[in-house]
Ligand binder design. Structure first.
Ligand code: ZN
Length: 136
């Protein structure tokens, strides 16, 4: 049976995945809250980063968006090793077992200007507003 991480592996380079696996194996991932629709965790590396996954579940497809506070995700706009480490940790969550065949992934940019003029580089239009995690 496919795992959550299997469904998302194609969005991460093998280098990022192997570094994320190191974080996961060294117990650097701490899930702070895991709900049906969003998971918030901290990943401790050179610094402590807050990593968030949001999951929109539809019957045959899940749309996953991720965010991390590290410079790689923020500045390069690339899926980072912290996100991969969290995704590996999510494999053990019952609510994320048995993902459907179609699972999409994108980085959310909720602290950027979503109305900006850079929409062109997104592969898919965003059909609904990105949910922003509630500020603490
Ligand atoms: Zn990161």
């Amino acid at each position: 049976m496919a795992k959550f991480s299997d469904a998302l592996a194609s969005h991460f380079s093998s280098r990022i995945r192997s570094r994320g696996l190191d974080y996961f194996r060294s117990d650097s991932v701490r899930i702070e809250s895991a709900g049906e629709k969003s998971i918030v965790a901290t990943v401790e590396g050179g610094a402590v980063y807050v990593v968030t996954l949001s999951i929109e579940k539809q019957p045959r497809a899940w749309r996953v968006s991720g965010d991390c506070t590290c410079p790689y995700a923020q500045d390069e706009y690339s899926p980072c090793k912290h996100l991969w480490a969290l995704i590996l940790a999510c494999d053990s969550l019952p609510s994320l077992r048995s993902p459907p065949a179609s699972v999409s992934f994108m980085l959310s940019d909720w602290d950027e200007d979503i109305e900006g003029d850079e929409d062109d580089f997104l592969d898919d239009p965003i059909p609904y507003p990105i949910k922003t995690p509630a500020a603490k």
